[in-house]
Design a binder for this molecule. Structure first.
Ligand SMILES: C[S@@+](CC[C@H](N)C(=O)[O-])C[C@H]1O[C@@H](n2cnc3c(N)ncnc32)[C@H](O)[C@@H]1O
Length: 428
């Protein structure tokens, strides 16, 4: 397909998402099924544009002067893909293209009005979330929020049970792989621009042989902040598909005992195959709802990788930014409080509870920890500043942190997805 046809297709998919409130992936898949002439490269390229429109939806509508899929798509091409006004005009009128620009569109796309936009429009966040960002990031809030809109790179974690970073870097050199400045086991493949397709890493030999896992550097750093050591007893209470379980097993060098469970058995489903592929031998998976009373008071570390709004991962799932509601956020914070209360019983005296979210919202992070400390007098916050420097090195970018006590990684500060980490020591 020619670019003009892809642009028209992206507008069609976005209209479907909007009018039928459909998941983006489903709308893209259906479009592909009903347009068999489009190859897999075309479908991926259309997906790139659709997701980019969703990333900057609010600011694009402002720039275009209209909040429609067509207006937002044209503004995305103009202001994020660098397509000049004359080229946009030509593309629009080509065969199978989206159709000639109107006078209003031409005027809106010829000059950029973003400088006049209110902060929450420039930040590309829903207006009800602006106070949370401002509260968390002060004067930097617009820049921080806007950084959650850009395309994300593909990050990989080298599985040290099977390989090392130098070998993985060499195997993935053709994708532009570089070593992460934060995670000593992290490898980054740069984000692709425009229509260009991301590398399909799961087809690579290093992936199929379990030498790497796809995992954001922020998620890797959060797992490293557990400070798991060989020989310890560790519980991963919200293990889900096991992303952090695998990282912890590698840190433990397969020694000691790693317990993994989740409240939802369906979430756990992929973990078994992943543990096998990664060569993990020290993990025991407990089915959802299992009786874990034998572990109470015995764990050196308990990881709560809590259910959350996912605001830190908006780069990867931009549609979720616009679908989040105050009610859904409140449900999440209730779940977080419940899972923290559940987790504390497993920590041995002197052991540590590590709380992680992939969110940057203070309601799910600092406020959640403050409330927990009010309920749990036998826990105290521990500083993470030294551990961060030990793991990442002196020159690595620093997360947001008040006195080193709790940490928030963000695309703007650490070049990662947004992640929050707090470590709470059981004193009594
Ligand atoms: C952020 S996801 C976990 C991601 C996973 N740790 C990883 O790194 O791939 C949060 C998980 O918490 C689980 N969950 C929610 N409430 C829970 C509870 N009370 N106890 C255990 N798991 C819970 C959800 O089912 C979900 O799988």
């Amino acid at each position: 397909m020619r670019p003009a046809g892809r642009i028209a297709a992206a507008i069609e998919v976005l209209a479907d998402v909007e009018t039928r409130h459909r998941p983006v992936a489903d709308a893209l898949k259906d479009w592909g099924l009903s347009h068999r002439f489009a190859g897999s490269g075309d479908r991926a390229a259309i997906g790139n544009l659709v997701y980019d429109v969703l990333r900057w939806r609010r600011s694009s509508a402002w720039r275009a002067g209209a909040d429609t899929p067509r207006a937002a798509t044209l503004a995305t091409l103009r202001f994020h893909w660098g397509v000049g006004p004359a080229d946009l005009e030509t593309l629009a009128t080509e065969e199978h293209g989206p159709g000639a620009l109107t006078e209003e569109e031409r005027a809106a796309l010829s000059a950029d009005r973003l400088g006049d936009a209110p902060p929450d429009v420039a930040a590309d966040v829903p207006d009800w979330l602006a106070p949370a960002f401002e509260d968390n990031f002060g004067d930097d809030w617009v820049n921080e929020a806007a950084s959650l809109a850009a395309r994300a790179p593909v990050d990989l974690r080298v599985n040290t049970l099977k390989s090392d970073r130098a070998k993985v870097l060499s195997a993935l050199k053709r994708f532009g792989a570089t070593a992460s400045p934060i995670s000593p086991v992290g490898v980054r493949l740069p984000a692709r621009a425009g229509w260009e397709r991301s590398p399909n890493i799961v087809r690579e030999d290093v992936y199929q042989r379990g030498h790497v896992e796809v995992q954001d550097i922020g998620s890797q750093a959060a797992a490293l902040m557990v400070l798991a050591h060989p020989g310890e007893q560790i519980l991963d209470l919200c293990a889900g598909a096991g992303g952090k379980t695998l990282a912890l097993a590698a840190q433990m060098d397969n020694r000691g005992q790693l317990h993994a469970t989740d409240a939802d058995q369906n979430q756990l489903a992929p973990i078994f195959e992943r543990l096998k592929r990664a060569g993990v031998r020290n993990a025991q998976v407990h089915r959802a709802g299992s009786d874990l009373s034998a572990l109470e008071g015995r764990m050196d570390k308990v990881l709560v990788d809590a259910p959350c709004s996912g605001s830190g991962t908006w780069r990867r799932r931009p549609e979720t930014k616009w679908r989040l509601t105050p009610e859904a956020l409140e449900r999440r914070t209730d779940q977080q409080a419940a899972v923290l209360d559940q987790a504390r019983a497993f920590v041995r005296p002197g052991g540590t509870l590590i709380y992680v979210t992939c969110s940057v919202l203070p309601q799910e992070n600092e406020a959640q920890i403050a409330d927990f400390l009010d309920r749990a007098a036998d826990f105290t916050l521990t500083s993470m500043a030294d551990a961060w420097v030990d793991i990442a090195g002196e020159d690595a970018p620093m997360p947001w942190s008040a006195e080193g006590l709790m940490m928030t990684m963000t695309p703007a500060a650490t070049g990662t997805d947004g992640f929050f980490v707090a470590a709470l020591k059981r004193t009594g």
